[in-house]
Design a protein around this ligand. Structure first.
Ligand SMILES: Nc1ncnc2c1ncn2[C@@H]1O[C@H](COP(=O)(O)OP(=O)(O)OP(=O)(O)O)[C@@H](O)[C@H]1O
Ligand SMILES: [Mg+2]
Length: 369
């Protein structure tokens, strides 16, 4: 295992910058997850770390050594791609040992490593099978195993579970988490899956159009997003946003006026906030309250009710706001579409964003952060 550092790393395709001044420190043994919308540059970053893509500007360090010009095979890196190709004519054991044989590793050592990794990945009983006689999840584990036996210092995974069905994804997610705890390898993992990001990561890196929007621990990003982009990206269903106007400020408090003219004091940093300015109030669907237990409420017409069994998502049209507000309640809640419904805003759960998208830091202390 080794640390990885990116210093002002930039990637250009012709005139187009797809990675812009990326600065990132990844500690030894850390599990880092890259998230961001399609096309934001996640795979490009991973491929630059692996050496499959050149770095236009900036430095890449692995274990403290500059790696920009070092060929992929000499970087001590193992990569698992979204689409993993196994050799169909070779057994599981042969697929896993192929790279080591090429590298001239002794037979007894190859056998020992393959057996050890097969044990960890629960593949020991499948070593003699050909890939076509394996399930999708087993094949994916062989692809991971093949990378593991090479004993890379850094493990790169680009959406490794995206081809699997929901149940298998959950199982593999738990296996990867266990693997990381056991092997303590540095892992960099790309995913579109919120649950994978939240549960696997020591640290999440949110990318927006080639730039880092925020780096932090999962609950830190969920509770204290640094900007509107991260606030809207982390969490599902996504955070609701309401246009508001600042009406007053005090030490560690900002008062804003909601679209329905009600005013609410929010416990957020007030430095630099000016009365009269337009801001955006954010509130997560799961943090809205029933209107009878809140001081500040909004009322609107129920447009859509989504029954998921374990929860109900109610889309409410608030007059003067173009977007629907999503209100999420546990369990089955019976509401008619077209009904009028009130919802409450708990001030300590609200986020406030400036016009440039940056957040006023929330001062309410959340557990676990
Ligand atoms: N060879 C290339 N030439 C020109 N542009 C490229 C090339 N490869 C990637 N890009 C562009 O770079 C940007 C980042 O691509 P990348 O594959 O890193 O995105 P991503 O975040 O991994 O997306 P996804 O979630 O869809 O996999 C995209 O806009 C893509 O079109
Ligand atoms: Mg990609």
């Amino acid at each position: 295992m080794a640390s990885v550092a990116l210093r002002n790393v930039t990637k250009a395709w012709g005139d187009t910058l797809v990675s812009k001044d990326i600065n990132l420190e990844i500690g030894e043994g850390e599990f880092v997850v890259f998230v961001g919308p399609s096309g934001c540059g996640k795979s490009t970053l991973l491929r630059m770390i692996a050496g499959l893509e050149t770095i236009t500007r900036g430095d890449l360090l692995i274990g403290g050594q500059r790696m920009n010009e070092v060929p992929p095979a000499e970087r001590g890196i193992g990569m698992v791609f979204q689409s993993y190709a196994l050799y169909p004519h070779l057994s599981v054991a042969e697929n896993m040992s192929f790279g080591l044989k090429l590298a001239g590793v002794r037979r007894s050592e190859i056998e020992q490593r393959v057996n050890q990794v097969a044990e960890v990945l629960q593949l020991a009983h499948l070593l003699d099978r050909r890939p076509k006689a394996l399930s999708g999840g087993q094949r994916q584990r062989v692809a991971i195993g093949r990378t593991l036996v090479a004993e890379p210092r850094v493990f790169l995974l680009d959406e490794p579970l995206s081809n699997l069905d929901a149940a298998l994804r959950v199982q593999m997610r738990i296996e990867i988490s266990r693997l990381h705890k056991r092997l303590k390898r540095t892992m960099i993992y790309v995913t579109h899956d919120q649950i994978e990001a939240m549960t696997l990561a020591d640290k999440i890196v949110v990318l927006e159009a080639g730039r880092i929007a925020q780096v932090g621990r999962p609950l830190e990003l969920y509770h204290y997003p640094a900007n509107r982009f991260v606030a809207g990206f982390i969490g599902s269903p996504r955070m609701n946003f309401l246009p508001v106007k600042v009406t007053a400020t005090a030490l560690d408090q900002v008062q804003v006026q909601l679209p329905n003219a009600q005013r609410i004091w929010l416990p957020v940093e007030s430095a630099g906030v000016v009365a009269g300015s337009n801001m955006s109030l954010g509130i997560r669907p799961e943090h809205l309250l029933s209107s009878d237990i809140a001081d500040v409420t909004l009322e609107g017409e129920v447009q859509v009710v989504e029954q998921l069994g374990h929860e109900t998502q109610i889309h409410i049209q608030i007059p003067a706001i173009r977007q629907n507000l999503v209100y999420r309640q546990e369990d089955v809640v019976l509401v008619e579409e077209g009904a009028l419904m009130g919802i409450g805003l708990p001030p300590e759960r609200c986020h406030l964003f400036r016009e440039d998208g940056s957040a006023c830091r929330r001062l309410h202390q959340e557990p676990g952060v």
